[in-house]
Design a protein around this ligand. Structure first.
Ligand code: SF4
Length: 355
């Protein structure tokens, strides 16, 4: 086996082969260190010094990536700039809330090809998919740089997770594995802009994760203007896919509704949303757009948000209103943008009803 970039995401036999270990239990020892977040071989003290030195000479460290920038704010938000083995830069963010949750927002691609017009990441185009180990390492780096224990994961960072389904699902399996990070599937959310092929895959696999969809508007024509994905999969097809998903999985979906000042907050949009939601078990998450330089939108005023919320009340739509966290470090929704390599959209955490 060629020397891998990382030991994360590997099975025990693959670790054994990669490091040329004689005994299987040695791979388990290494794996236990990795799960604790120990990535430097010299710290793996139950392994012989000679072995540790050999591994270090072979790989340097157990991870492929390194943290090159770190910022935080008084809300407890933490943003890391992470350099990949091929010199790309991605970001990962940790947000905490008053309920004690510490949520890691993970990137799934370098850049994004979906072109949503409200999103900073879209402006950088698409570079490449992240491999599962690169997704897992974001979690490891965040945990290493925080005193809080990460409780939730959201695939809402840079990139469209459902355009990189294989590696995303591989990383989820690793996070969930009781012998690894043992994170409940109920605490893992995947957010998509509406790639139906990916939703169908989740429907087939019947994974117990949560699904969030960035809708922005239920006006089909307007959505096509704002989100090019809608020209490929329109809102009717999207709804059908979500109904099929709910039938298979039995889970409520989160509908992310990014509020764009003067664009999708009027009565017509409220009625279209109510109509589109009928027959779906969904929680709407209202997310005021965060200012991002160079994009043609404005953040709605509090009065505008109040007005739209009241409309949703009269239409009996279940929704939550998100307060922005992490703005001071550019780590809020649509704002994770990165002087490093421009742009990282953070669709937003889901304020779901449980966990
Ligand atoms: S909102 Fe999400 S899917 Fe759309 S361009 Fe940004 S990162 Fe890609």
């Amino acid at each position: 086996m060629n020397t891998p970039h990382s030991l994360y995401g590997l099975e025990l036999d693959e670790i054994q082969a990669a490091l040329g270990l004689e005994k299987a239990y040695q791979a388990k020892q290494i794996c236990d260190w990795l799960t604790k977040g120990v990535t430097t071989f010299s710290e793996m003290t139950n392994i012989s010094k000679a072995q540790r030195e050999r591994f270090t000479a072979l790989m340097g460290s157990a991870t492929s990536s390194s943290v090159i920038e770190k910022s935080g704010d008084e809300s407890g938000a933490l943003k890391l700039g992470i350099k990949t083995h091929d010199g790309m830069v991605i970001e990962a963010v940790l947000l905490t809330d008053e309920r004690g949750r510490a949520t890691a927002c993970l990137s799934s691609q370098v850049g994004c090809a979906q072109g949503c017009s409200f999103c900073k990441t879209a402006t950088m185009g698409f570079e490449r998919n992240l491999e599962a180990f690169e997704i897992i390492e974001q979690y490891v780096h965040l945990q290493q740089h925080s005193t809080r224990t990460i409780t939730h994961l959201v695939y809402m960072g840079m990139g469209e997770p459902m355009a990189n389904t294989t590696e995303v699902l591989k990383s989820i399996a690793h996070f969930h594995d009781p012998a690894r990070f043992n994170i409940s599937l109920r605490r893992i959310t995947v957010s998509t802009c509406g790639l139906i092929s990916g939703i169908e895959r989740l429907t087939r696999d019947r994974l117990g994760i949560k699904l969030a969809v960035s809708l922005v508007t239920a006006d089909n024509r307007l959505r096509s203007q704002i989100m090019p994905v809608n020209k490929r999969y329109n809102i009717h097809e999207l709804k059908d896919a979500l109904i099929a998903y709910q039938r298979a999985v039995g889970k409520r979906v989160t509908i992310e509704y990014c509020l764009l000042g003067g664009v999708n907050t009027d009565e017509v949009n409220a009625y279209k949303l109510a109509d589109w939601l009928s027959g779906l078990d969904a929680l709407v998450n209202l997310i005021p757009w965060n200012p991002a330089e160079g994009l043609p939108y404005t953040t709605p005023s509090e009065a505008e948000i109040d007005r739209f919320s009241r409309l949703l009340d009269t239409l009996h739509i279940t929704y939550t209103r998100r307060r922005s966290r992490g703005q001071a470090i550019d780590g809020a929704c649509g704002q994770l943008a990165v002087p490093l390599n421009k742009g990282l959209e953070y669709h937003l955490l889901t304020d779901d009803e449980d966990d």
